[in-house]
Design a protein around this ligand. Structure first.
Ligand code: CMC
Length: 391
C-alpha cells in the first residue's frame, strides 16, 4: 500500500492544479483568472465576474448579454418546489433550507443525474443555479419571517432583484436603493472564489464521484455553513453584539481571547499571513456605505477598536492573525437590514460561481475520485467476545 504521509487539515498538501484563482498569502494578493480582486470589485458586475470565473475570460458584450438573459429567464423556481418551503418550520436556519433546496433541484432537472451529461445540460445547470439560488435564498428568509414570497422581478438586475425578493412587502412600496445594490455587487464579487478552501475542496471531492452538480453544490453549501468557515460572519456580529451589550471593556474581552477562552471571530486565516485583501476593501466599503446611508453603528466602532488593539498585540502579531473577509462584511449586511442568519447565505450566493468553476475544472481535468488515506491507530486483530463474557 506504500507510505502514507499524514497532513491533518491538509495544511501542506496540494489537492489539485487549478487555473482559476491565484492567492499569495504572504503578499495579500487575490486574483480571479489573473485579474486583481481590487479592480474587479471596483469595475465589474457580479455576473460578469461569474462568467469570468466559470468560463475563463471576461465576456464580450454579446456573451455577457446572452449570459445575463439566460440567467434572467431562469429565476423562477417550479411551483411544486415552492410548496416544499411550507414544510419547513419557520425556525429553520436559512442556510439549511438553501442547501436542502439546492439538492432538490436535481429532482426537477433529472438530466443532471445522467452520467453522460451534454455540454448544453451542463451550461443549463450552471445558469439555473446562478438564477435560482437568489430566489431560494430570499424565499428561505420569507419562510422564516412567515411572510408571502415575492416572485423575481426580471426587469431588475441580479442584485436589485434579490433585494426586492427579500424586502418587498405586499403592504407597502419598495424602493430599490442604488447604494445597497452596489454594495451587494461588491461583496458578492469579493466572495466569488478563494481556491481550495473547505467548501471548494468539498465540491471537488463530491463532484469527483460524478455526483450531479446540484448535489455537489449542496455539499459545498453545507461545508460553508460551519462557524470556522462561512458561518464566521454571523459569529462576528454575535460577538460584537455580545461585547456591546455586556458592557465589558474591549481589553477584558481581548484577555479572554488570549487566555484561549474564545476566538476573535473574523480574525486569522489559513493562507493569509499578512493581510486579507478582501478585508481591506470591505473595511473601506463599510465606511463608505454606512456614511452614504447615514447609519452610525456602534458595532463598527467596536470592530475598529478590536482590530486596532489586535494589530498591535504580541499574541496576534506572533500568530500572524489579521482581519479576514468576515470581519467587516457582517456590518455591511446589517446596514442592508439583513438578519444575521442570512449572512452565510449571502456568502454562498457570492461563492457559487467559484464552486461551479471548480467543479467544472475538476471534471475537465478528469481528476481521479478523491480518496485520502489514513494511518490506522485502533486495536489490532482480536476475537469476538460473546455477550455473557463482556465486562
Ligand atoms: N482568535 C484567537 N486566536 C486565534 C484565532 C482567532 N481568531 N485564529 C487562530 N488563533 C490562534 C490559535 O489559537 C493558534 O494559537 P496557538 O498555536 O497558540 O494555539 C494559532 O492562532 C493558529 O491557529 P490555528 O487554528 O491552528 O490556525 P488555522 O489555520 O487552523 O485556522 C482559522 C484558521 C480561520 C480557522 C482560524 O484562524 C479561526 O478559527 N478564525 C476564527 C474564525 C474565522 O474568522 N473564520 C473565517 C475564516 S476566513 C473566511 C472563510 O474561510 O470562511
Amino acid at each position: 500500500t506504500g507510505l502514507v504521509t499524514l497532513d491533518p487539515g491538509y495544511k501542506n498538501t496540494g489537492s489539485t492544479t487549478s487555473a482559476i484563482t491565484f492567492l499569495d498569502g504572504e503578499k495579500g494578493v487575490l486574483r480571479y483568472r489573473g485579474y486583481n480582486i481590487e479592480e474587479l470589485a471596483e469595475k465589474a458586475s457580479f455576473l460578469e465576474v461569474a462568467y469570468l470565473i466559470i468560463f475563463g475570460e471576461l465576456p464580450d458584450q454579446a456573451s455577457l448579454t446572452k449570459f445575463q438573459t439566460d440567467v434572467t429567464n431562469h429565476t423562477l423556481i417550479h411551483e411544486d418546489m415552492r410548496k416544499i418551503f411550507d414544510g419547513f418550520p419557520t425556525t429553520s436556519h436559512p442556510m439549511v433550507v438553501l442547501s436542502s433546496l439546492i439538492s432538490v433541484l436535481s429532482t426537477f432537472y433529472p438530466g443532471s443525474m445522467e452520467s453522460n451529461r451534454s455540454d448544453e445540460e451542463v451550461y443549463m445547470s450552471i445558469v439555473r443555479l446562478i438564477a435560482k439560488v437568489p430566489t431560494i435564498a430570499a424565499w428561505s428568509y420569507k419562510n422564516e419571517m412567515g411572510h408571502p414570497v415575492n416572485y423575481p422581478d426580471n426587469s431588475l438586475n441580479y442584485g436589485a432583484r434579490f433585494l426586492k425578493m427579500m424586502f418587498a412587502l405586499p403592504t407597502q412600496e419598495y424602493d430599490i436603493d442604488p447604494v445597497m445594490v452596489s454594495a451587494l455587487n461588491k461583496i458578492l464579487i469579493l466572495h466569488a472564489d478563494h481556491e481550495q478552501n473547505c467548501s471548494t475542496s468539498t465540491i471537488r471531492i463530491v463532484g469527483s464521484s460524478l455526483a450531479n452538480i446540484y448535489a455537489s453544490v449542496a455539499s459545498a453549501t453545507n461545508a460553508l455553513s460551519g462557524p470556522l468557515h462561512g458561518g464566521a460572519n454571523q459569529q462576528v456580529i454575535e460577538m460584537l453584539e455580545a461585547i456591546h451589550s455586556s458592557g465589558a471593556t474591549i481589553d477584558e474581552f481581548m484577555e479572554k481571547v488570549k487566555n484561549r477562552e474564545m476566538r476573535l471571530m473574523g480574525f486569522g486565516h489559513r493562507v493569509y499571513k499578512n493581510f486579507d485583501p478582501r478585508a481591506k476593501i470591505l473595511k473601506k466599503a463599510c465606511d463608505d456605505i454606512l456614511s452614504k446611508m447615514g447609519i452610525e453603528d456602534p458595532l463598527l466602532d467596536i470592530a475598529k477598536k478590536l482590530e486596532k488593539i489586535a494589530l498591535e498585540d504580541e499574541f496576534f502579531i506572533e500568530r500572524k492573525l489579521y482581519p479576514n473577509v468576515d470581519f467587516y462584511s457582517g456590518i455591511i449586511y446589517r446596514a442592508m437590514n439583513l438578519p444575521t442568519d442570512m449572512f452565510t447565505v449571502m456568502f454562498a450566493m457570492g461563492r457559487l460561481p467559484g464552486w461551479i468553476a471548480q467543479w467544472k475544472e475538476m471534471l475537465e481535468m478528469k481528476q481521479p475520485i478523491g480518496r485520502p488515506r489514513q494511518i490506522y491507530t485502533g486495536e489490532n486483530e482480536r476475537s469476538f467476545v460473546p455477550m455473557s463474557d463482556r465486562k
